[in-house]
Structure formats: C-alpha cells, structure tokens
Ligand binder design. Structure first.
Ligand code: ZN
Ligand code: ZN
Length: 416
C-alpha cells in the first residue's frame, strides 16, 4: 500500500519572504542597483527575522557564485602557471599572466583578492559595529573659474587641467587628451542613486577644446561614464584596455582602439602605451574582472606623462619607471583608501602614492581620485593633507606635488 504524505503548506510569511527575495534578485540583475538591493534585503531580514534571513543567505551564495566563477578560472590558470611562477616574480608582466579563461586577474606577488564578503563586512557589519565613519556633511572646495578660452587657443604649451576626480585635460604636442572623463552628477548606473558629485566639474563640457583622444583606465562607473562618453561622441579616438571596447560598441561608438598591457600605438606623433595597474573591473555583480584595467603612458616628442588610473601599490610601478621613466608629469590617485584592510590591494593611500611617484620616476605629481565623489571612509578633503604630511616626512619638495583645485590649469612646460 502506498501512503501519500502531503507536504505541509509553506507559511504565508515564508512565501512572502521568498517572493520578495526573487523580486529583489530580478531587480538587482536588471537594474544593477547592487548596494541598494542588498540593503533592502538586509532591512527585510531584520523585519522578517530568521525566515527571510535564510533566503538572504541563499541569495548571497548565489552572488558569491557568480562573482567567483572568475576566481575558479584563475585557480585553474595558476595551476598551469606553477612551473613559471618564479619568472613572473622577476618579470611580472611580460608574460600574459594577467589573462584568465574568463577575463583578467592581478598576477602580482602579494596581491590578495577582495571578496564580496569583505565588501559586506565593510558596508554592513563594520558600520553596525563601529557606527558610520566620521565625515563632515559639507565640504568647502575652492573652484577656479575656467572658461576654457586659453585652453581652446593653446597649441604649444604642455598643460594639465583638473576637471575633478580622475578627469584631466592634458594638452601635449598640440593634442587635447581627456583622462577617464566624467561630467555626470553621479557615478552610478542610474541617475537617481549612487555616489553624488560634491563639486561641479571644473570646466564645462561645452568649454573644452576639440578633444583628440580620450583614454580610459577601466570600466568602473567613476572612470567610464556612459553619459559623458555619449556627449563626447564619435570625434575623439578612445583608447581603452582589453575587452572594454564592447561597452563602447554597445553605446554606438566605433572610434576606439583596444590595447593590452605593454602594447602601444602612435597617434599624431604621441605614443600611447597601455601599462599595468593593480585593480579590478566590473559594472554588475556578475561581470567582475571580465574587462582589463590599466594605467597609461603618453610619450611625445618633447614631453611625457603617466596616468596611474586606479591602483593599489604594486611592483609594476618600478617596471614602468624602468621602461618608460622618467616622466615630466605623473597623475597618481590619492583618495578612496579607507578602510585600509579593504582598500589596500586596489587603492593607494597618500604615502604609497609618494612611493609610486618615485617608482615611476615622476618629476611632478598631480594627485587625482579625490575631492569629488565620496567613495570610501576617509573625509573627501583628507587625501591632500595626508599627502603633504608624507611629503614633509620624507623631506621632499612640496612644489613637486601640484594639488590642483577643480578647474585649475597649470602649464607644465611651455614653448614660448
Ligand atoms: Zn576602480
Ligand atoms: Zn575609481
């Protein structure tokens, strides 16, 4: 005789919890509102306690899986590389060791991958334990009025203008070059949420001279901004690291060149070289490290420039200095460095920025990646103070560190 045992119906609370969880996951996948959705899920877990909490954990496992599919490929790759690990230490990037089956990785000795659980620890558990980081609600940054007239007329001087964050206008050998341009109000996939700009761009987009080249260091929202790229349009040549061009293609652009680490090309008399960096990439939870991240070298007839993009401190700086240094000017990121336990592998702190400048053999430093978007635990105005503290400690000349105000232009070297 077969006895059929009917499963007891799920309690309404549990069904509700499952439905909410699925809706949030779909929403998360479709809109990329990663943090917002996770916070919402945490709030629900507080209301619905254990039942929802189970679903929350299941959801986390799902994301852990999608993030670390890439990692498993890396492990496989490392197994294959075991025999040549020593040569990687000696010559870190002349091999293609930063490639994996699914994307890219940091091949540098001592690099420790930050995990999604570390992110939760920082954003949720640390702030519950220690409270929110102490930061002022407002900042008072001086902005230099810049209508762009001199920049539009300049055809000879080597100049640098800080628009804000990592966006610089570099004028070199008669070319106008933008680095990681962002003019949007927020660095976010959506216009109504995400980190908001504290200081308006130092130069209006309409006041720019004709842009010849745009370089992109990686695809994070604060470095590759869809709205800005679409406004800049098809006229400039976009130089991007490997696999980033698929994003530009999606946005209707075809005027790009993609380069891998140590590859370079000549354009109107300037050599643009794609250099390594120690960072990561991704714009959605499932696409971590699918595209490459990099720094850039511009080598002109008379002058040269290094743009570090986003990077943690790594041995690649020395190698770049040996191969391409010394540099007349080097843009080095100094912000988004706290908490160190989380940020160290991916973002320099101001002390490391000074070391990176010395490693690449930069003569003059332009600090970038500060004072514009609040992306980490330190106050927005702290990085330059810390930088000068480190400069003084090492008895280095302060005049070699050009802490620009938003909109400020400095002539690095002139022809008249
Ligand atoms: Zn980044
Ligand atoms: Zn960044």
């Amino acid at each position: 005789m077969i006895i059929r045992i009917k499963a007891p119906p799920l309690p309404a609370e549990k069904i509700f919890s499952r439905v909410v969880c699925i809706i949030l996951l779909i929403f998360l996948k479709k809109s990329n509102l990663f943090v917002a959705s996770l916070l919402a899920m945490t709030c629900f877990s507080l209301f619905y306690e254990f039942v929802f909490y189970q679903d929350f954990i299941v959801s986390l496992c799902y994301f852990e899986y999608s993030f670390y599919r890439v990692e498993s490929d890396i492990i496989e790759h490392q197994k294959g590389l075991a025999g040549i690990e020593m040569s990687l230490l000696v010559n870190t990037v002349s091999t293609q060791s930063h490639h994996t089956n699914a994307g890219f990785r940091n091949p540098f000795p001592g690099f420790k991958e930050t995990k999604i659980t570390d992110f939760f620890k920082w954003k949720i558990f640390d702030s519950l334990k220690n409270g929110k980081p102490q930061k002022p609600k407002r900042y008072y940054f001086e902005i230099v009025e810049n209508n762009g007239k001199y920049l539009r007329e300049n055809k000879t001087d080597f100049t640098v203008t800080w628009i804000g964050h990592s966006t610089l206008l570099i004028q070199m050998d008669g070319m106008n070059i933008l680095t990681d341009p962002i003019w949007s109000e927020r660095c976010s996939p959506v216009p109504f949420a995400g980190p908001k700009r504290f200081v308006k761009p130092g130069l209006a987009l309409e006041d720019l001279p004709d842009i010849d080249v745009v370089i992109i260091s990686h695809d994070h929202y604060d470095h590759l901004d869809r709205t800005t790229v679409k406004k800049l349009g098809k006229k400039p040549l976009y130089l991007v690291p490997s696999a980033v061009s698929k994003r530009l293609q999606k946005w209707g652009l075809d005027n790009y060149k993609e380069l891998d680490w140590w590859e370079s090309l000549q354009h109107n008399g300037i050599e643009f070289a794609c250099m390594p960096a120690q960072h990561f990439s991704g714009r959605t939870p499932g696409d971590r490290n699918r595209t490459l991240w990099c720094s850039w070298v511009f080598r002109g007839e008379k002058n040269n420039f290094y743009f570090a993009g986003d990077s943690g401190y790594f041995p690649g700086f020395k190698e770049i200095g040996q191969r391409y240094g010394p540099f007349d000017l080097a843009a080095i990121p100094i912000g988004s460095y706290m908490p160190r336990w989380f940020m160290r592998p991916i973002h320099l702190d101001p002390g490391e920025a000074v070391q990176a400048l010395q490693d690449v053999k930069g003569k003059i430093c332009i600090p970038i990646h500060w004072g514009t978007f609040d992306l980490a635990d330190e106050p927005l105005d702290m990085p330059p103070k810390e930088l000068l503290h480190n400069v003084d400690k090492l008895h280095l000349p302060r005049e070699n560190f050009l802490i620009l105000q938003h909109g400020e232009t400095q002539v690095v070297a002139g022809n008249h």
